[in-house]
Design a protein around this ligand. Structure first.
Ligand code: CP
Ligand code: NVA
Length: 323
């Protein structure tokens, strides 16, 4: 069977491909009925090694809206790498389903899964990146600001998976991405280097700073995320002290443009990285952003899975020929 295309990182796609995916997401959002049988009969396995609300629900509902099915596999069921190796899981699932969405810890796990499985693998969040989130986020910025090139997006908080994907995607689209973190919590140096290089080609920029006010100043978008990500729960108390000066509150948000929007991938820890008066204000778009996970991921599912046939069916027909 021909190797399918994976959605592991925004870095694997060209700026043109990213723009095409966003355009498809907009069309699918506007006219969902046109696509209601686009993935008819295809099944997406969803492997979760961490909790989820948005990713779980939007992939589940998204594939159903395209005429397909989903299968939720909880951490306890698969126990990836312990009960069964990544290789064996990949080799089983490629015979049973037409795509795998995986949320896990080490990014290498999704890369290995993609190497071993002939069906598309979609990264539903790793410790390193969260590409589906960034696609939904820039779809939201496009809707709210009418453009992406030249927009200033200030991410204030931890230089984590969400920050990395916002940098990668923003760099492809000519956005001026600013990331403000406490010292020692900056994005990974190689991620920054890639984003700065690509941003220059695309007419945008990627600036890393420890100065939250400088980042937020005259921003079109102010974005934050939790200070302790899934898997870092033990560090939460220590991080709270370090990150407090980076809280997105009315004062910090006040440095942005008067029509700036507030974004957060959610779940939010209200009173930590963001105060209620910001997340609940009229310029907060967090729930539209959450809804856009559905539309962005439907475009990803359609693009990655439409040409995948079931290798299980290939096996059946081979067997019946020999019978
Ligand atoms: N933003 C996001 O990925 O949410 P979940 O962790 O609930 O899936
Ligand atoms: N950085 C957060 C994002 C959750 C969607 C985490 O990894 O827990």
């Amino acid at each position: 069977m021909m190797r399918a295309r994976d959605f592991l990182s925004i870095r694997d796609f060209s700026p043109q491909e990213i723009r095409e995916l966003l355009g498809l997401a907009q069309r699918m959002k506007a006219e969902p009925e046109v696509y209601s049988s686009s993935l008819k009969g295809k099944t997406l396995a969803m492997i979760f090694e961490k909790p989820s609300l948005r990713t779980r629900v939007t992939f589940d509902v998204g594939i159903q809206q395209l005429g397909g099915f989903s299968l939720y596999l909880s951490p306890a069921e698969i126990n990836l790498g312990k009960r069964e190796s990544v290789y064996d899981v990949a080799k089983n699932l490629e015979r049973m389903v037409q795509g795998i969405m995986i949320r896990t810890f080490a990014h290498e796990i999704v890369e290995k899964m993609a190497e071993y499985a002939s069906i598309p693998i979609i990264n539903g969040l790793t410790d390193y990146s969260h590409p589906c989130q960034a696609m939904a986020d820039y779809l939201t910025v496009l809707e709210k600001k009418g453009r992406l090139a030249g927009v200033k997006l200030a991410y204030v908080g931890d230089g984590n998976n969400v920050a990395h994907s916002l940098m990668f995607c923003g760099a492809q689209l000519g956005v001026h991405v600013w990331v403000a973190t406490p010292k020692g919590y900056e994005p990974k140096a190689e991620a920054t280097a890639w984003a700065q290089h690509r941003a220059q080609e695309a007419g945008g920029s990627c600036t890393i700073t420890n100065d939250a006010v400088k980042a937020a100043s005259e921003a079109d978008v102010v974005y934050t995320d939790v200070w302790a990500s899934m898997g870092q729960e033990a560090e939460a108390e220590a991080r709270r002290k370090v990150f407090l000066p980076y809280q997105v509150n009315a004062k910090l948000f006040g440095h942005a443009k008067t029509d700036a929007i507030f974004m957060h991938c959610l779940p939010a820890h209200r009173g930590d990285e963001v105060t209620d008066d910001v997340i609940d204000c009229p310029r907060s778009v967090v729930f539209e952003e959450a809804e856009n996970r559905l539309h962005a991921q439907k475009a990803i599912l359609l693009s990655m899975m439409r040409d995948v046939s079931s290798s299980a069916r290939h096996t059946e027909s081979r067997e019946s020929t020999h019978a």
